[in-house]
Design a protein around this ligand. Structure first.
Ligand code: ZN
Length: 42
């Protein structure tokens, strides 16, 4: 089985960084592709 690579839902980039987990234990990511203004977390 192959783990699907994490991709940014906004831009489709796979250059996302793990950004810890939220209170509910869900993995959070930070998009590493949106260089200029808004780097989105999800
Ligand atoms: Zn993105």
């Amino acid at each position: 089985m192959v783990l699907a690579p994490v991709k940014c839902p906004h831009c489709g980039s796979d250059k996302v960084k793990k950004n810890g987990t939220d209170r509910n234990g869900k993995q959070r990511f930070l998009c590493g592709n949106e260089k200029s203004d808004s780097r989105k977390m999800y």
